[in-house]
Ligand binder design. Structure first.
Ligand code: NAD
Length: 353
């Protein structure tokens, strides 16, 4: 297979972990006889410094024309001023919008050898293996009207939670399809006892479920879901939810395995290139030290192979190699080990071979 992959290393540890993931992609391409062409662009703070904008039109067009996009992370203390006219996160938002990706997928899996790294007791963690789908384009973060005004002697603020039925339908449909490839269960998370938007979410979910009656569906209020994620996380298979609930629940789920450095994500739309990135940020506290855990980005590359290039066997090989390395106790500092980014990457490459 020939594929064009745009690489956006970004800021902080981004270039370190993306470099590791590219080595793994190259190893897989070599073994499978594939040709991956890489096109590297700036995003985030480094793009602001060079071009005055967090993502240039050129970079966005390259991403739109690619088969897939692999991103590191954006941001850092030097660009942290929340009132600045240009900010690193603007690059991410422009990229998500420009690619039309509406579903953020975060698989959360526990590694038996790392149970002690989790904040939960080991007996609560056995069998945890879930996929959280967060809606990315609607809800409170984008609804209009929004803003702040003076109301007599008080300040008044408005945010609007808006969804159209089609926005709910497309992500719920994706959740059912993905559940069929897993343990056949979808938990749809809402706040239908209070919010109209959640009542529409539930109604559309029930309608879509008619086409997927082989998949078990449960509805769960977001407060209950937040509790169950720590009380009985192994009961979840696929979770699907709206933007802000997903923002919060994905971070809650992300701490279960014990380190931010372990988890990958994929952002997908209808056709078009997918966007793949680790869930962590630019980790400025360890940037440049060569100790960042590359696993989240390496596993993001595996998701890229699975969802954008349909190379399931190759994706599974990378996941197995990572599992073997972690099971053998070869860990980076965030997991309590001593390996550098380069050594961890070398161990994964060796396991692949
Ligand atoms: P962070 O995820 O960068 O770091 C949180 C903690 O986890 C830090 O102690 C860090 O050292 C550690 N960590 C993160 N990734 C690691 C890895 N691969 N290996 C080992 N340890 C790792 O979150 P933060 O500190 O809140 O944010 C730092 C910057 O990143 C901010 O500017 C923030 O805006 C940005 N950020 C970007 C993204 C993104 O690009 N998608 C996401 C979150 C935060």
């Amino acid at each position: 297979m020939d594929a064009n992959i745009v690489i956006l290393p970004g800021d902080g540890v981004g270039p370190e972990v993306v470099g590791a993931a590219c080595q793994v992609l190259e190893a897989v391409a070599h073994t499978g006889g594939h040709h991956f062409h890489y096109d590297e662009h700036l995003i985030g703070g480094c793009s602001i410094d060079r071009h005055g904008t967090a993502l240039t039109d050129d970079a966005l067009q390259a991403c739109q024309a690619a088969d897939a996009v692999l991103l590191g992370a954006v941001g850092g203390p030097q660009w942290d001023n929340p009132t600045a006219a240009v900010r690193p996160e603007q690059g991410l938002l422009a990229l998500r919008k420009g690619l039309g990706v509406f579903a953020n997928l975060r698989p959360v899996k526990l590694y038996p050898s790392l149970l002690d790294a989790s904040p939960l007791r080991p007996e609560r963690l056995a069998g945890v293996d879930m996929l959280v789908l967060r809606e990315l384009t609607g809800g409170l973060y984008f609804g209009q009207p929004r803003g702040r005004s003076q109301d007599g002697e008080h300040v008044r603020v408005i945010d609007t939670l808006e969804y159209h039925d089609y926005e709910i339908e497309r992500i719920v449909e994706m959740a059912f399809q993905l559940a069929r490839q897993r343990r056949n269960k979808v938990t749809s998370v809402d706040k239908a006892n209070v919010l109209d938007s959640s009542r529409l979410w539930r109604q559309v979910t029930v309608e879509v479920h008619r086409r997927y009656s082989d998949v078990a569906l449960e509805h769960m209020l977001v407060d209950t879901a937040a509790m169950r994620l720590v009380a009985s996380p192994a009961n979840f298979d696929v979770i699907v939810t709206e933007n802000m609930f997903g923002d919060i629940l994905t971070d809650e789920a992300a701490v279960l395995p014990g380190s931010m450095g372990l988890l990958p994500s994929a952002s997908l739309g209808s056709g078009g290139p997918g966007l793949y990135e680790p869930i962590h940020g630019s980790a400025p506290d360890i940037a440049g030290k060569g100790i960042a855990n590359p696993v989240g980005t390496v596993l993001s590359a595996a998701l890229l192979l699975r969802h954008s290039l349909r190379l399931e066997k190759e994706a599974a090989c990378i996941e197995t190699a990572v599992e073997q390395v972690i099971a053998s106790g070869r860990w980076t500092a965030d997991l309590g080990g001593k390996l550098s980014t380069a050594e961890m990457t070398a161990a994964i490459l060796a396991a692949l071979n």
